[in-house]
Design a protein around this ligand. Structure first.
Ligand code: SF4
Length: 62
């Protein structure tokens, strides 16, 4: 469902975002871009604390 752009928009506005250790290291010096794909809560292509849909909806309303 979520595409890359959505995952970046959501992560930037998500109160639950937690960068994975691997991401912090590998992104040093690169663009410092948050995305669900580098959040600890992203598992099996979905948010394991169910924040994705609610954050995405709140983005649509702004
Ligand atoms: S995976 Fe879940 S907690 Fe992490 S940034 Fe995305 S919506 Fe937020």
């Amino acid at each position: 469902m979520g595409n890359m752009m959505q995952m970046m928009h959501v992560a930037n506005c998500c109160p639950g975002y937690e960068a994975t250790i691997n991401n912090i290291e590998s992104n040093m010096g690169l663009e410092n871009s948050k995305s669900c794909s580098n959040c600890n809560h992203w598992q099996d292509k979905r948010c394991n604390i169910n924040l994705f849909d609610s954050v995405l909806i709140s983005l649509d309303q702004t």
